[in-house]
Every structure is written in C-alpha cells, then in structure tokens.
Design a protein around this ligand. Structure first.
Ligand code: NI
Length: 177
C-alpha cells in the first residue's frame, strides 16, 4: 500500500477520540493496516495508532523485535489491536522514557501502569486477551492513549525530564515508540 504522512503534535486530529471499528475482515480495514505497517516500518517505530495517519478509528499496531541497538528492551510481539479495553491490574506505576512518531526527536519520562490486561480484536475479529507488564504494558498504554486524543507529553509529571533525544542521551538513545 503506502507510506503515509504521520501527523505531528499540534494537528487537532491527534486530539480527537477515535471511533470503534464496526466491520472486521473488510478491505478498508486491511488496507488501513497495510498503510500503518508500511508507515511504522519506514520510520522504525515500535507502534502506531490509526489517528496518527489521520484515520479516526480504534486501531493500533505495535511490536518490538530483537534490536542490537536496544539490548535492554523487552521483546513485544507484532500485534494488531482493535477496539481495545485496558484494565490496570494494580495501582503500581513505573516511569520510563517514551518517544512518539508524532513528536519526532523528543523523549519524555512518562508514568505508566506496571501491569495490565488488554482485550480487543485483531483485523479478522478474533479476540485478543493478554496480561502484560513492563515495556509491553508501556507500549500498549502509549498507543491506546492515541485513541483518546492523549499524547505522552500530557502525562509527563516532571517537565525537566522532557527534551531532545540527542541532548538527553548522547550515547545510547532509548527505544522509540
Ligand atoms: Ni505515539
């Protein structure tokens, strides 16, 4: 399909609440996912939400394979998650560095729930139900925030921990998201 332009912070479409997908295993949905995969791969992202390419539907993709640049990052399976429901399993939160393809060049320290259950569907309508923690849980929360019109800087508690990646991490930038 095609590599799409990723909307950048400031575009009002990134602040909208996305609508649920009604028709699974449909050509429009498969086409959207091809565009999202092409776009995420071209930008070496760890995840992408449909609103980031201007489509206001509850569709996210994510996945982190083994990467020698990021030896400490957990592996996250390639996942298509549609109409997600997230349920934190405790009040425990962790702070971790995040980036976003809609906010290129920056990173921020963001609190996220440490453990959560996520449910939803793949593009064929098959149910997904996983309990995850750590980096996997962080990626899911970041991507699903996009469906609520929330960008990670809105969750940063200490704005001194927000800046350009080259300045924050001159030697070893953390994984992008
Ligand atoms: Ni993002």
């Amino acid at each position: 399909m095609a590599i799409k332009t990723v909307l950048r912070m400031g575009d009002p479409r990134l602040l909208e609440v996305a609508a649920p997908v009604a028709a699974f295993d449909a050509p429009e949905l498969h086409g959207l996912l091809l565009d999202m995969r092409d776009t995420m791969a071209a930008l070496s992202g760890a995840g992408l939400a449909a609103p980031q390419i201007g489509v206001g539907l509850q569709v996210v993709i994510f996945g982190v394979a083994s990467n020698p640049r990021y030896p400490d990052a957990d592996l996250v399976p390639d996942t298509v998650l549609i109409n997600p429901v997230l349920t934190p399993l405790s009040d425990e939160m962790d702070e971790g560095w995040e980036g976003c393809l809609s906010i290129p060049g920056l990173r921020g320290l963001v609190p996220r729930y440490s453990q959560l259950r996520y449910q939803g569907f793949d593009q064929f309508g098959n149910p997904i139900d996983r309990t995850v923690s750590g980096f996997h849980a962080r990626v899911v929360q970041h991507e699903c925030d996009h469906l609520q019109g929330i960008l990670y800087p809105m969750r940063i508690r200490d704005m001194s921990q927000f800046g350009f990646v080259e300045e924050l991490f001159p030697d070893n930038p953390p994984v992008a998201e």
